[in-house]
Structures are given as C-alpha cells and as structure tokens.
Ligand binder design. Structure first.
Ligand code: IMP
Ligand code: MG
Length: 177
C-alpha cells in the first residue's frame, strides 16, 4: 500500500483566512489580553501563524491530551498528558485547536478549563468537520469547514507523519496488487 496526499486547502488560502480570523479576534478582544492555549501537537502550526497576526497582547501556554494514537477515531476517554504551566484564573482564554471532529476532545478540555475560573473561554479552530459531531461543541472562530475526510498537514498528522506540510491535504491510500 502507498499513500498520496491530495491538496484540499493551499498554503495561500490558509494564510489569507488566518489573517481574517486574527483581525476579527483582535477586534473582539480590543482593550484586553488574550491567553492562548494551544492543544499539542496539532494546534502548534496554527497557533504560531495566528498569534503573529493578532494585534492585542497575547500570552501562550500549551496542553497535551490523549488522542488518536495511530488510528483515525477518537475514543470517549480523554486524559491530560501535559498540564498547563500557568494558572488561568481571571484570564481571557482562547483555545487554539487544529480540528474539531467528534467534539469529544474539546468538550473535555473546555469543561476542564472552565472549572479553573478563567474570565472567559472561547474556541478557535483551523478546521471543523461538522458532520462528524457527536457532542454539542461549537467553535467561536472557525477558519474552514471541511467534509468528512481524513486530513493532514499544517500540524495534523497521520501516524505522526505529514505535520510539516504547509498546506492541508487528504491522505489517499492506494492498494498495490
Ligand atoms: P475529536 O475528539 O473527535 O473532536 O478529535 C479531535 C482530535 O482528533 C483533533 O485535535 C485531531 O488531533 C484529531 N483528528 C480529528 N480529525 C482528524 C483528521 O482528519 N486528521 C488528523 N487528525 C484528526
Ligand atoms: Mg488536536
């Protein structure tokens, strides 16, 4: 079997859209500071590009949650693999995610963060596979809604590969006889 990656969203299109979303976020948070929380590892590329374009002051922290392993389905039980370094009490938190799929990961994370008494918690995602949702989670900022296909690139992986692609693509597995 061999894998091919078909481009779904080009680097240029992603770049333009991140600029728009960053402008919107900067307007919405005018006069405030944003505490960005990146969900490792997939959210890293998006977080960096987004943060560079936000014009209000930002601070950043990172959290890792258990996720897919090498498969393509998330399980219901989610655990914290890496804790935040800083306390979020009283802060305006903006969670930065690569993709909302079933929504299970975000449901867990948002509930966990809200229990720590931040001033606010909002969600910004690069991608949203809305038709796959099994729990009620809505992002406040979504760059792109995409169809139900397994995507890689821009931080997203397939068995830890392809995170470094500067675009978003769909993995196609070709069977050889
Ligand atoms: P959820 O809990 O089902 O919403 O899954 C969220 C996590 O699954 C994301 O943060 C990704 O790490 C991973 N994921 C979901 N869909 C994809 C995909 O198409 N490609 C790569 N990773 C994905
Ligand atoms: Mg993720």
């Amino acid at each position: 079997m061999s894998e091919k990656v078909r481009t779904l969203l080009s680097e240029e299109i992603i770049d333009k859209r991140i600029c728009q979303i960053a402008e919107q976020i900067s307007k919405d948070y005018k006069g405030k500071e944003i505490h960005l929380i990146c969900v490792l590892k997939g959210g890293v590329f998006f977080m960096c590009e987004l943060a560079k374009r936000i014009s209000v002051p930002v601070s950043m922290d990172f959290m890792a949650l258990s996720s897919y392993g090498n498969g393509t389905e998330s399980s219901g039980s989610i655990t914290v693999k890496k804790e935040l370094d800083e306390n979020i009490e009283g802060k305006d938190v903006l969670v930065v995610e690569d993709i909302v799929d079933s929504g299970r990961t975000l449901k867990f994370l948002l509930e966990e963060l809200k229990s720590r008494n931040p001033a606010s918690v909002h969600l910004c995602t690069l991608l949203d596979k809305r038709e796959r949702r099994v729990v009620d989670i809505q992002a406040d900022y979504t760059c792109f809604e995409i169809p139900d296909e397994f995507v890689v690139g821009y931080g997203l992986d397939y068995a830890q590969k392809y995170r470094n692609l500067p675009y978003i693509g769909v993995v196609e597995i070709e069977k050889e006889d």
